[in-house]
Design a protein around this ligand. Structure first.
Ligand SMILES: C[S@@+](CC[C@H](N)C(=O)[O-])C[C@H]1O[C@@H](n2cnc3c(N)ncnc32)[C@H](O)[C@@H]1O
Length: 441
């Protein structure tokens, strides 16, 4: 409404609006693909990015522009699903995507008209009138009710709303510079000289942040192992563990090795760094990254689970252990907006039991005075501080070392208190949690 009045005053009724609607308007073909893909995605049986890749493989005729529009629209709808459902009163693909173009993309009814089927103009007109101002907090924050309930135990309403809204924004692309191969400043200067908008990350001393989403995977700096893609929050776990040369270090849940590579570089490729994981497929992805990185101190180890006999033989042998625990991933909604609808209270209950078992098993690897870092990319208190508090209650031989002090010793000016707790609303990182624990000497 406001936009219309403003246009009329400038004496060119709707001209800008029409031009902008035309730029935003998908083709009927693109819209049909979005509706088909959305029907699969909204079943929430598999991750949205997996379904998206499969859809593009089975529709090879789609051009780059089509793929871009389809992917952006599906992810845009997932980011705003709760609000769109509230506005359209439906979870069917067609009303959701019309609500998305009208209420999120700001397309007018007139702009949408060429795409509408019979009866849909009335539906869209009804959506225009609706407001979410009076809606429950969970709708305004675009989060499931059960997540909001749990957040309410530790956060006030305004913080939950800010968090939910920040999670709706796409994440920037954070890079980690492999300091074995180059300095952050050198890499920044090279990327800037190529016209990329790049700035140093505010907290991690080895991070760079890129605006937009340039395809960095084929960049010579990437293929030469000088840069890796890694969120700034993840980078900071390395600085909490702070491994030094000549130590024996374990990355207990190494996966494809995002944090392993950073730890190896902080150790200057010296000492011994064991990368444990239960997934052969994930450890296999670590191999080419290791080859690019130039690290020679990393030993990938496939284990059956946290009770593997090999781990028993290593009891009391490590100086530092990182537990980057399997978690709900609810801190990564900027990248994986479908996760908020794929996780449930039951799946989180299973995860918390596993997290407690893994943390207890990993702690047994430490020498006296050894350091343990427990980290998740979750925002739920039960996966974070509750796990740590229960662990400390059952393991009096460990104590909590304030994360802000550990970071300050490394000249990282980031004070979120005794725990590292990052939020996209405050720190422009994923939602992230980490605690530093030390075994008494
Ligand atoms: C959050 S991901 C790790 C991500 C990885 N650290 C990185 O930075 O790329 C959690 C990992 O824990 C592994 N995992 C699950 N159960 C485990 C267990 N019982 N012991 C060790 N690792 C486990 C999963 O296979 C998964 O790779």
């Amino acid at each position: 409404m406001t936009l219309r009045r403003a246009s009329s005053r400038r004496g060119a009724p709707h001209a800008r609006e029409v031009a902008s609607d035309e730029a935003k308007r998908p083709t009927p073909g693109q819209l049909a693909h979005v509706a088909m893909l959305l029907a699969e995605v909204l079943a929430f049986t598999q991750p949205a990015d997996v379904l998206l890749s499969r859809y593009f493989r089975t529709h090879p005729g789609l051009g780059a522009r089509d793929r871009h529009v389809i992917a952006e629209t599906v992810f845009g709808i997932l980011r705003h699903l709760r609000f769109l459902e509230y506005m359209s009163g439906s979870r069917a693909p067609r009303p959701l995507l019309l609500a998305y173009f009208h209420r999120i993309q700001g397309m007018s009814l007139r702009g949408l008209a060429p795409l509408l089927n019979a009866g849909e103009a009335e539906q869209v007109a009804a959506m225009r009138a609706g407001s979410s101002e009076q809606a429950p907090l969970a709708v305004r924050a675009d989060l499931p009710d059960w997540v909001v309930e749990r957040l309410r135990t530790v956060l006030d309403e305004a913080t939950i709303l800010a968090l939910g809204r920040a999670m709706q924004q796409p994440a920037p692309l954070d890079l980690r510079v492999n300091t074995l191969k180059a300095s952050r400043e050198d890499v920044r200067a090279r990327l800037a000289a190529q016209g990329l908008a790049v700035t140093p990350t505010p907290f991690s001393p080895v991070g760079l942040r890129l605006v937009g989403k340039p395809a960095i995977q084929h960049h010579p700096l990437f293929t030469a192992g000088v840069i890796e893609v890694q969120d700034e929050g993840s980078q900071l776990t390395g600085f909490l563990l702070a491994p030094t040369r000549h130590e024996r270090v374990a990355d207990f849940c190494a996966g494809a090795g995002g944090k392993t590579l950073l730890l190896g570089a902080l150790m200057h490729s010296q000492g011994r760094l064991y990368a444990f994981d239960v997934s052969a497929a994930r450890l296999a992805k670590l191999r080419p990254r290791l080859a690019r990185s130039g690290l020679s101190n990393v030993y990938p180890q496939l284990i059956t689970d946290e009770r593997d006999a090999r781990l028993k033989r290593l009891t009391g042998k490590f100086d530092r252990v990182l537990v980057d625990a399997p978690c709900s991933g609810l801190g990564t909604l900027r990248r994986n907006p479908d996760l908020k609808w794929r996780q449930t209270p039951d799946s989180v209950a299973e995860l918390t039991a596993k997290q407690a078992r893994i943390l207890a098993a990993a702690s047994r690897l430490l020498k006296p005075a050894g350091r343990l870092v427990y980290a998740t990319c979750s925002i739920l208190p039960e996966e974070n501080e509750s796990i740590v508090e229960n662990f400390l209650a059952q393991h009096p031989e460990f104590q909590l070392i304030p994360a802000n002090q550990v970071l300050a010793r490394q000249h990282i000016a980031l004070d979120t208190g005794a725990y590292l707790e990052l939020s996209p609303a405050l720190h422009a990182t994923d939602g992230f949690f980490a605690a530093v624990l030390e075994r008494t000497p």
